[in-house]
Design a protein around this ligand. Sequence first.
Ligand code: SF4
Length: 146
Amino acid sequence: MSYLTQYPGVGPKTAACVAMFTLGRDDIFPVDTHIYRVGKRLGWVPTTRTREQAQEDLESLIPNPLHYPMHLLMIRHGREVCSAQVPRCEACKLADLGCPSAKSNQTAGHSSQRRTVHDGSGDAMINPKRLDQKKDIQDETEHKET
Ligand code: SF4
């Protein structure tokens, strides 16, 4: 990794992507802005952690054989459902599975109201170590609407 980051314009995320996609390293988990946000909302990454620290957290939390598919799924989930400004919790299956940041549907007439984003200090109800099949991941990230 340090070999790659010595080149101008190559940061930790780019180096990690090269390691995963080009070199086939399954011990690496690149963290982009979508993965960083989704990881924090799911309680997998404490909000005080930097993106580089989040990479360490997710590398140890998610089993190596799942790094590649989880990387792709978390980016897609962040783009299509768990967006930065207005996450579509009402269309997200992870809300039913205990996402600690799922916005509340309890306040009638205020469907856009969100709960306070989970600070990662408690136990995340969705445990990636229990997801040992690709199908499980796809099922858990599948949303109700497209
Ligand atoms: S329930 Fe909401 S906050 Fe949680 S992962 Fe889904 S869209 Fe994101």
